[in-house]
Design a protein around this ligand. Structure first.
Ligand SMILES: C[S@@+](CC[C@H](N)C(=O)[O-])C[C@H]1O[C@@H](n2cnc3c(N)ncnc32)[C@H](O)[C@@H]1O
Ligand code: SF4
Length: 352
């Protein structure tokens, strides 16, 4: 069992980002956190959560570092009996708001993993993306997190923004590897509706070779690629839980939950969420939809697909791909050998 908590506030809006977050609603923070608390009580019952059974907790956003640790405290007190010993507890953070005080407060609440949105160490690129921090602030925040005792530290990079060259990205990767991190998420820029970049889609560079270049450079420096965009000497259990389609609570405005064959969608509008955090839309997935999802997620990561999930025709297709060396077959699972071909491989397995 996993648990995700969404914090829908940001200091400013990055030009590429469509995640649910507000830059003008900071006065609602206290009310928002108490609505989150209410939803969590409801979900603990709905998911029939037992003591010591939540394996990973992830606080994401938006920007979790816009909320002071004392406002998280009630939620932690509520969740702590349900967290397994040794649970992976992650928070996202932005370099400009993750002060030493904030980091220490979150560490003291029990966080053991932190994921920083860095995107680049290039001053100009950060400006064009409308990031609110400098490269030096990112370096400092990461070093502070380590010296305050965070066990696992990750950073996010974005590539294939216009003008990205091998040189620029090598510099980003080299600077990342000077820092005390054990994980990198490297995302190819996507142009999302309702973002500033949506009006200028040409800012995304179409260069598949650069994607391969970035992943090779990260792998060369010792991190394992365990999903298209994720690399580490530590592999996040929360991420892997999603790709195995484990059950997850999704709390907060714009979060998504999943239980057996159902998806749960709380309100995305923050004011509506605050008023009624239990107004949650439900979607029922068919067996076929669940299988398709498991195939796509499994092939984008090192999770793979359990053989006995596939019908005879799908197994034949997968066995053909094993012969063609596009898949490996290990411990009764089909494992993808090139995550960048995941979607093509999935479609091949699903074809009649
Ligand atoms: C939801 S954000 C939260 C992290 C944190 N707020 C921050 O920005 O520092 C998680 C990550 O998603 C990535 N991301 C968001 N929108 C993206 C896009 N359109 N294309 C590529 N990556 C994106 C960024 O790397 C970002 O750090
Ligand atoms: S990337 Fe992070 S800081 Fe930027 S708008 Fe999205 S959630 Fe907020």
């Amino acid at each position: 069992m996993l648990c995700y908590i969404h914090i829908p506030y940001c200091d400013s809006k990055c030009h590429y980002c469509s995640f649910n977050s507000y830059t003008d609603k900071f006065d609602t923070r206290k009310l928002y956190m108490s609505s989150l608390y209410q939803q969590l009580i409801f979900e603990i019952e709905r998911f029939n959560v037992k003591e010591n059974s939540i394996d990973t907790l992830f606080i994401g956003g938006g920007t979790p570092s816009t909320i002071m640790p004392n406002l998280y405290k009630p939620i932690f007190e509520l969740l702590s009996p349900y967290l397994k010993d040794g649970a992976e507890i992650t928070t996202e953070a932005n370099p400009n708001s993750a002060t030493k005080e904030w980091l220490l407060g979150m560490k003291n609440l029990g966080m053991n993993r932190i994921s920083f949105g860095v995107q680049s160490f290039n001053e100009n690129k950060l400006k064009y993306l409308n990031r609110a921090h400098s490269p030096e602030q990112a370096e400092e925040a990461i070093k502070n997190a380590r010296s305050l005792g965070f066990e696992h530290i990750s950073l996010d990079l974005i590539y294939n923004y216009q003008g990205d060259t091998e040189e620029l990205l090598i510099d980003d990767i080299n600077r990342a590897f000077t820092l005390p991190i054990d994980h990198i998420s490297a995302y190819e820029l996507t142009i999302e509706p309702k973002t500033k970049f949506y009006n200028t889609p040409e800012v995304k560079q179409e260069d598949d070779d650069l994607a391969i270049f970035v992943s090779n450079e990260i792998i060369k420096r010792g991190f394992t690629q365990y999903e298209i965009s994720n690399f580490g000497i530590y592999q996040s259990r929360h991420n892997k839980g999603y790709w195995k389609l484990q059950n997850y609570i999704g709390a907060g405005a714009g979060a998504v939950g999943f239980l057996e064959d159902r998806r749960y969608y709380p309100e995305t509008d923050i004011d509506k969420y605050i008023k009624n955090p239990l107004d949650i839309r439900e979607e029922i997935l068919t067996k076929d939809e669940i299988l398709t999802e498991k195939i796509f997620l499994g092939l984008r990561s090192n999770i793979g697909i359990e053989q006995n999930l596939l019908d005879i025709k799908m197994q034949e297709n997968a066995d053909f791909l094993v012969q063609e060396k596009k898949l490996e077959f290990k411990n009764n699972r089909y494992i993808n050998v090139d995550f960048f071909l995941a979607d093509e491989v999935a479609l091949f397995i699903l074809k009649d």
